[in-house]
Design a protein around this ligand. Structure first.
Ligand code: GLY
Length: 362
């Protein structure tokens, strides 16, 4: 769904000024329109888990913070929150119980970007991604190299696995096979953290991937984005999804738009989805249609594996795109109904329903 209340307000304001001018006595100049506050006109668009992040980014923008720093400050809230199992500290680990994080930033003013993947021991990988952009002539650092770069810049090597995610990981590992040495205990399933996890993510599936993306359009029209994730639950060590890949997990270009994604990273990697969304904006599509068209491409092109299609040929997975265009129009869209996104502007922050390709069966 598209959300652009300030655009509506701006139009109402323009109409009111035109009306006032019409009743002015002849020869009297119309008063200069009021100058918008320096912070008016900014937009934030982020994934459904980004309500608190949007609030933090909004506060930062209102305080005059640079838009990329504001976006990073926003996602830092979720990266540092152990209750979010899909991002940063407290994210679900890989199959060996190690939390590997991916993040990227892109600055549409300079067309520069920075990214890290399979980074360990840093709660806020988005900050390291920004340092890669600013303090190297490179774009992407991974694994041990990313870790050494973070250490060089003063990031301590911290444990990212919480007691909660350790128990969840151990439960998953113990249930994997009857043929190995890891034995499931009946009491494991009774643990409240495990029960909550199973209730939310399903006993049989256990392989979702959550993420936070945030795009910001500043009051002066600059476009930036950041995406950060702990990636696929219980992934193969070294697996990297779309989030830190420029063009897949995010893409920002001044004068055109900024977009980013959450959901099944492999599907998005294979279609360079966020870049596709921005190209659709360049071609003149409205943000919602740009997101939906990129999702249609995913649905058509990237689910040739039988388990990735349902009986009607639709993807069994979900992907979401979020975007803001140069004019400040925002949208969120998903393959499947039920996804949310969050928009922030001078009026506040609000959670909205994503547009979608397919309605989930009731
Ligand atoms: N979209 C996040 C991931 O696949 O890792």
């Amino acid at each position: 769904m598209t959300d652009s209340p300030l655009t509506r307000r701006a139009l109402i304001g323009t109409a009111a000024l035109a009306g006032a001018a019409a009743v002015l006595p002849e020869g009297l100049a119309a008063p200069a329109p009021p100058r918008p506050a320096a912070t008016d006109g900014f937009r934030i668009v982020t994934s459904g888990n980004g309500l608190e992040a949007a609030k933090a980014a909004r506060e930062a923008l209102l305080a005059g913070t640079d838009p990329l720093d504001a976006a990073i400050a926003g996602v830092n809230v979720v990266e540092l929150d152990p209750a979010d199992l899909t991002v940063g500290y407290g994210g679900i680990p890989n199959e060996e119980g190690v939390v590997e994080l991916d993040a990227a930033v892109m600055d549409g003013r300079t067309m520069k970007a920075g990214a890290v993947a399979a980074l360990t021991g840093v709660k806020t990988p988005s900050k390291v991604a920004k340092l890669v952009m600013e303090r190297t002539d490179r774009v992407f650092l991974v694994g041990a190299g990313a870790r050494r770069f973070a250490t060089a810049h003063g990031f301590p090597d911290e444990e990212l696995l919480t007691e909660k995610t350790r128990k969840i990981w151990l439960y998953w590992k113990n249930r994997l096979s009857d043929l190995d040495d890891w034995i499931e205990a009946a009491k494991d399933a009774e643990d409240p953290d495990v029960k909550e996890f199973v209730r939310k993510y399903g006993k049989g599936i256990f392989r979702p991937q959550g993420t936070i993306h945030m795009s910001v359009r500043s009051a002066s029209g600059d476009l930036v984005g950041v995406t950060t994730t702990s990636g696929l639950f219980f992934k193969i060590p070294g697996r990297v999804g779309d989030s830190p890949v420029i063009g897949a997990g995010l893409y920002s270009e001044n004068g055109v738009g900024s977009a980013g994604s959450t959901g099944r990273g492999e599907a998005n990697l294979l279609t360079c989805g966020s870049h596709t969304v921005v190209e659709h904006l360049r071609d003149g599509l409205a943000p919602e249609e740009a997101c939906l068209k990129a999702l249609r491409r995913i649905a058509e092109k990237t689910h040739h594996v039988p388990r990735h299609r349902d009986a009607k040929g639709r993807p069994t997975f979900n992907v979401q795109f979020y975007c803001v265009d140069a004019a400040g129009r925002t949208a969120g869209a998903a393959i499947w109904s039920g996804s949310k996104y969050v928009v922030g502007d001078a009026a506040g922050v609000r959670t909205l329903d994503c547009a979608y390709l397919h309605e989930r069966d009731a």
